[in-house]
Write a protein that binds this ligand. Structure first.
Ligand code: CA
Length: 236
């Protein structure tokens, strides 16, 4: 999923910065535009992989922009996530009717938005993201949100699941606790770095039950990594 280009159309500066920061941290190429009419012009020049589109915008409303995008061949299939304010239920329905693929109600949590982005990109470009991640006898089925080891289903909490998925997406890469907080929890919330240790501990407990080889490597003074040799040298 990394490398996908995302255009954020939003006029609230703080929210734009927050989205840019977090999408960037996920490895997306992010562009931001604050006006609907500018976004319209931009999208005629260059079609990204996904658009995060605010409903209320100066210049041209998100709903009108969405309508225009759906009317053009080049952007007919462009994945669009609409941002709406709380209490705009009827507008939400109109947003979908106009052709947005998904919508999210403000205020939303960043991990929630990131999950929607991932989901939409996966549906739009299934080849961009493997549905199955496997190393040795450990496997994640992302469509079913299922983790198995040696064919046996593991019961992971949502945070442990996302943590394992994140580490497995980058085998061998050492992440600091701060980077894991950013990547797994999102950057808009303050969580103590020791929380990462707690969740790594829980993850290990489930993943390693009755087994010798630990797929997660603790790098002293640095952080954690998914052991890229996992499953290759059995019993190491
Ligand atoms: Ca707005």
């Amino acid at each position: 999923m990394g490398g996908a280009r995302i255009l954020v159309v939003e006029d609230e500066e703080a929210l734009t910065m927050l989205l840019r920061y977090n999408l960037d941290a996920e490895g997306y190429e992010v562009e931001t535009v604050a006006r609907g009419d500018e976004a319209d012009t931009r999208l005629k020049e260059h079609v990204p992989d996904l658009v995060v589109l605010d409903w209320m915008l100066p210049g041209l409303s998100g709903i009108e922009l969405c309508r225009r995008l759906r009317a053009r061949d080049e952007t007919r299939q462009l994945p669009i996530i609409m941002l709406t304010a709380r209490g705009e239920e009827s507008e939400r329905v109109r947003g979908l009717a106009t052709g947005a693929d998904d919508y999210i109600v403000k205020p939303f949590s960043v991990p929630e938005l990131l999950a929607r982005v991932r989901g939409l990109l996966r549906r739009a470009r299934p080849e961009r993201m493997a549905t199955r991640l496997a190393f040795g006898d450990l496997e994640i089925d992302r469509e079913k949100h299922r983790v198995t080891r040696a064919g046996r289903a593991l019961e992971l909490g949502p945070t442990e699941y996302r943590l394992l998925e994140y580490l497995m997406e980058h085998p061998g890469r050492v992440f600091t606790r701060e980077q894991l907080l950013d990547g797994v929890w999102g950057r808009d919330i303050y969580i103590d770095e020791r929380t990462v240790d707690v969740h790594i501990g829980r993850l290990r407990k489930v993943v390693n039950i009755g087994r010798g080889q630990d797929p997660i490597r603790t790098v002293r003074g640095a952080g954690y990594a998914f052991d890229e040799r996992f499953g290759r040298d059995d019993g190491a």
